[in-house]
Design a protein around this ligand. Structure first.
Ligand SMILES: C[S@@+](CC[C@H](N)C(=O)[O-])C[C@H]1O[C@@H](n2cnc3c(N)ncnc32)[C@H](O)[C@@H]1O
Length: 205
């Protein structure tokens, strides 16, 4: 089985699903900042790609029209239960973030939280996010990245083989993922570990 594949993602995230919220909870402060940057208004159509167990749902305003997609049924099952507990109406669908089954321009906002470092082809994922956004729509990318400039730091090169086997790549760069996607980064903020975790707000022109 190839590690950088949808098949492996489904297997490993089915394993992570029962404990994902515990592991991801320390990132909630960063998530809050990302959702603040998205500035979602009631009535706006929001797509969460690779939505996982739905930790973003707590932070989105009631009245937002939320669609959540993920490749792993076990993660989405948790998301559906979370939505129910929160009383949030969410259209949750199993879907590949590299081939979104929505027409062009379907959404006002797309959230890409901790997905472009997990999905096999992040460039395709960013292009798809741009395609389904309306002109003027915005995307928020929250993740951990190697610096755009210079050589990849040694610690990331050493950490990447076990990290990418178990959960996520740690050596991807934001710039090349977004370049040519149809998205333009309008704001970028370091969040933790000297900018290893960062958030970017992007716009579809
Ligand atoms: C690190 S988790 C992030 C979950 C969520 N976005 C969050 O912020 O907590 C990565 C998620 O990406 C999903 N995933 C992996 N490959 C995918 C693909 N090709 N399309 C959609 N989702 C995918 C996994 O099932 C998992 O739920």
């Amino acid at each position: 089985m190839r590690i950088n594949s949808n098949l492996w993602n489904r297997v490993r995230y089915a394993f992570w699903a029962p404990i994902y919220n515990l592991v991801a909870w320390p990132m909630q402060r960063m998530r809050r900042r990302a959702v603040t940057l998205a500035n979602v208004q009631p009535g706006e159509r929001v797509l969460i790609v690779g939505a996982g167990t739905g930790l973003d749902l707590d932070l989105l305003p009631r009245g937002a029209l939320i669609t959540a997609t993920d490749l792993t049924p076990a993660m989405l099952a948790k998301l559906r239960r979370r939505a129910e507990r929160l009383g949030a109406s969410v259209d949750a669908r199993v879907m590949d973030g590299q081939a979104l089954e929505f027409p062009d321009g379907s959404f006002d906002v797309v959230l890409l939280h901790f997905i472009v470092t997990v999905i096999p082809d992040p460039v395709r994922c960013a292009r798809e996010a741009a395609r389904v956004l309306r002109p003027g729509g915005r995307a928020v990318i929250l993740d951990k990245f190697a610096p755009d400039e210079g050589a990849t730091p040694l610690w990331l090169s050493l950490l990447n083989p076990p990290a990418s086997l178990l959960a996520t790549n740690v050596n991807r760069r934001l710039g090349p993922i977004i370049a040519g996607s149809g998205l333009r980064i309008t704001r970028e903020e370091p969040l933790a570990f000297r900018g290893f975790f960062k958030v970017a707000l992007a716009q579809k022109d």
